[in-house]
Design a binder for this molecule. Structure first.
Ligand SMILES: [Zn+2]
Length: 291
């Protein structure tokens, strides 16, 4: 029995020793695990900091966005450095929120930039603007022939704001999109035209009176000025594209193209229109009238 007890004691001692060795190993493993976790945490923090520290303009913006804006967007060229930076930010925001899809057309970096520029220009002076009524832009290669309501004249086939099943969708042709920015002396810019329709439509009606951005006290004056000018255009002709005489909604979109493309010329030929458009688009403080 004594031998057995002795044996048991030894076994117990051995077990204790083994257990303490196990504990020791366990502690080391826990320590190693903690070190690995700490290292991973540090690595994670470094990655996050690096990401935040990097310029934010990485997602949808093409690498050469500044170059494209400088080369093609006259409105951007005229802004001072702070203005340019603000413009770039707005372009980035637009590209991050609106999907652009090519329909039998390749959407290139230039198209994305021009489309975003067309969206930003009319609302650049209006802080916090969001195109709540636009989710997607479809880019067609050239003019399209579908039967779009209320748009009969040729130039409207170049772009349209969707209704019905195409609600929240804009269609624009790649050719007209580019042409609008390349040709800066014809007061035509399809992208600006369509985005102005969206601004107008934001209050529920596309009627040429963008109540959402135009102070109520000016609404009646603007409406009268539009109607008067349409009558004058029909009787005497005008340097404003005659398509503007179709109705007040088209009038607003067309004179806005003129306003953003050649503000000084509009001011010279149509000072009242210029003044009202400055009220509408809040552009009074922007240095955009100088050539
Ligand atoms: Zn139109």
């Amino acid at each position: 029995m004594a031998t057995l007890f002795l044996y048991s004691d030894r076994a117990l001692l051995l077990t204790v020793m083994l257990n303490s060795k196990k504990d020791y190993l366990h502690q080391i493993m826990v320590l190693v695990f903690q070190i690995i976790m700490a290292l991973l945490l540090i690595l994670f923090i470094i990655l996050i900091t690096f990401r935040i520290g990097r310029p934010k303009l990485q997602s949808q913006l093409p690498v050469n966005y500044k170059e494209l804006l400088t080369d093609y967007v006259k409105f951007y060229q005229r802004l001072d450095e702070a203005g340019k930076e603000a413009f770039e930010k707005r372009v980035e925001q637009f590209l991050a929120t609106v999907k652009i899809t090519g329909i039998n057309a390749e959407v290139e970096d230039l198209d994305r930039i021009l489309l975003a520029a067309g969206a930003v220009i009319p609302v650049f002076a209006i802080s916090d603007w969001q195109y709540m009524n636009l989710h997607e832009v479809l880019v067609y290669p050239g003019a399209f022939n579908s039967d779009f309501e209320q748009h009969g004249a040729d130039r409207n086939i170049a772009g349209m704001v969707g209704t019905g099943p195409l609600q929240n969708v804009m269609v624009i042709t790649k050719w007209q999109l580019r042409q609008g920015f390349i040709n800066t002396g014809d007061n035509r810019n399809t992208a600006i035209h369509e985005f102005v329709h969206l601004v107008d439509k934001m209050d529920g009606t596309t009627d040429g009176v963008p109540e959402i951005i135009l102070e109520r006290k000016y609404a009646e004056r603007w409406k009268m000025l539009m109607e008067e000018t349409i009558v004058q255009m029909k009787t005497n002709g005008s340097d404003i594209d005659l398509y503007a005489a179709t109705n007040t909604a088209e009038f607003f979109a067309v004179v806005s193209e003129y306003f953003f493309e050649q503000p000084e010329l509009l001011k010279l030929h149509h000072p009242h229109l210029f003044e009202m458009l400055e009220q509408i688009f809040h552009t009074g403080k922007l240095q955009m009238a100088e050539q």
